[in-house]
Design a binder for this molecule. Structure first.
Ligand code: FAD
Length: 449
């Protein structure tokens, strides 16, 4: 490759590892900076790279699902995250869930083994001290010193909002005479999820305690006014406060979960395995900001969890991201800057594990081949291109975005059937990625001559 300079990637999270891996596998030398183990954010607990800080699910595997399609596209372009996920998956119905430790160990090993990557275990505080191309992939919990430095460079204040993480419970502490295994809408009794059914009376008791429970103490910046909840990651107590029945249409939805035809639960709490051995379970949709003792007290009111042992309590965290449409171009590159500075991952304005890794992958390809394309190399018909376009498109109420079919280039002909429509999007997208791969291969051959 003709890039002789070292590329500095800051942050060995999902985006940083993906970016470093793609660059290095094309022969580019990478300095990968990571502040762990010396310094850890409140949500990072291990010394490993690409740590999954909350759920162990990378969402649906179906190609007609937006995140599923994104994963297909990434797989075709040599994604390390996809390779690791497939090697360490645990059963989770139609979702691609992983054993979180094995997943991070896999990625860490691949990065450390790569001769083109030098890992520097240090907190980066001043980007302008780094020579050459810089990729900022420090995530939603970017260290404070670097956040201030970024604010200075981009000329505006960073923005805050909060995500919530769900508690994890030891399986052996769950009352298995109450819990049953079943996936939603599947007739066979065995399933990947554990279900805890509730009668109306049990639900009412739980509901009343939940809406009156005490929240964890907040930092000074952490006021309710500052909190922007994403519907997909809303704390369970906030959802409950919206109305007595709101949870019954959300995480506690009983439909498709009857044990047998005589069984009519009023509500069902679902638990998803956290590891291959199924020794730990995550409370699905129970992200929360309640104080730890309150979580124990209130969640133990759920039938089957009377003696639940919590391996990890739910928490709420600061989440930092930039106003990408004002600052970045469709290559995730800082506009109006002489030096090449790119943003990747959640801080760039995408939302989610897969999307973060996807942006890392795109940044790497942009650094490698961007100048050979007019406009973005990732077409709007692909989920990758749709995300790139989203972050670079003017938007007054800009907020980080998950992969979804609302942002992909819409078809000219109206197709009512949603499944069929998504199938067409998926086919178009995969054709574009195949074409892109051929184009990249041709450029590479030309350059090698
Ligand atoms: C509490 C919480 C829960 C979340 N739960 C989910 C979820 O369940 N599902 C989902 O899809 N998404 C979730 N997200 C959103 C997001 O997908 C993840 O945060 C994801 O890990 C982001 O990937 P990233 O690569 O951008 O950042 P990260 O994976 O956080 O990686 C950033 C890395 O940079 C390092 N770093 C930070 N500052 C510096 C510095 N100055 N110098 C050197 N290194 C530095 C960090 O130590 C870290 O290793 C959650 C976010 C938070 C905060």
């Amino acid at each position: 490759m003709e890039i002789n300079k070292v590329v500095n990637v800051i942050g060995a999270g999902l985006a940083g590892c993906e970016c470093a891996h793609i660059l290095a596998s094309h022969g580019v030398k990478v300095n990968l900076y990571e502040m762990k183990p010396n310094k850890k954010s409140p949500a990072h607990h291990t010394d490993l790279f690409a740590e999954l800080v909350c759920s162990n699910s990378l969402k649906s595997e179906e190609i007609t699902n937006a995140c599923g399609l994104l994963k297909y596209e990434m797989g075709m372009l040599g994604s390390l995250m996809m390779e690791a996920a497939l090697a360490t998956r645990v059963k989770a119905g139609a979702a691609l869930a992983v054993d979180r430790d094995k997943f991070s160990e896999y990625i860490t090993k691949k990065i450390l083994e790569n001769k083109n990557i030098t890992v520097i275990y240090d907190e980066v505080c001043d980007i302008e001290k780094l020579l050459g191309t810089v990729v900022i992939a420090t995530g939603p919990l970017t260290s404070d010193t670097l956040s201030n430095n970024i604010s200075k460079i981009i000329g505006q204040e960073k923005l805050y909002f909060y995500d919530a993480a769900a508690p994890i419970i030891l399986r052996e502490s769950i009352d298995m005479s109450v819990a049953y295994e079943k996936d939603r809408w599947h007739d066979d009794e065995k399933g990947d999820y554990l279900n805890l059914p509730m009668s109306k009376e049990e639900y009412d008791v739980f509901y009343n305690e939940l809406i009156n429970a005490r929240s964890a103490d907040r930092h000074s910046f952490d006021t309710i006014e500052n909190i922007v909840h994403f519907e997909g990651c809303m704390p369970i107590e906030s959802m409950a406060k919206r109305g007595e029945k709101t949870m019954l249409f959300g995480p506690l939805k009983p439909v498709g979960l009857r044990k047998d035809e005589n069984h009519k639960p009023y509500a069902v709490v679902q638990l998803r395995a956290e590891n291959k051995e199924k020794t730990m379970y995550n409370m699905v949709g129970f992200q929360t900001s309640l104080a730890f003792p309150e979580q124990k007290r209130v969640f133990s009111l759920i039938p089957g969890l009377e003696n639940a042992e919590f391996v990890r309590y739910g928490v709420m965290h600061k989440n930092t991201y930039i106003n990408a449409p004002h600052i970045l171009d469709y290559n995730f590159k800082l506009k109006n800057k002489v030096d090449d500075i790119y943003f990747a991952g959640q801080i760039s304005g995408v939302e989610g594990y897969v999307e973060s890794a996807a942006s890392g992958l795109m940044v790497a390809y942009n650094i490698l081949f961007g100048k050979y394309f007019e406009g973005s190399m990732f077409k709007e018909e692909t989920m990758l291109g749709a995300l790139a376009k989203y972050i670079a498109t003017e938007n007054k109420n800009f907020q980080p975005m998950n992969a979804n079919f609302g942002i992909i280039k819409q078809s000219d002909t109206k197709i009512k059937d949603k499944k069929k429509r998504y199938e067409i999007y998926a086919n178009n997208s995969l054709n574009c990625i195949k074409e892109l791969k051929n184009e990249l291969e041709n450029i590479r051959r030309r350059l090698e001559k």
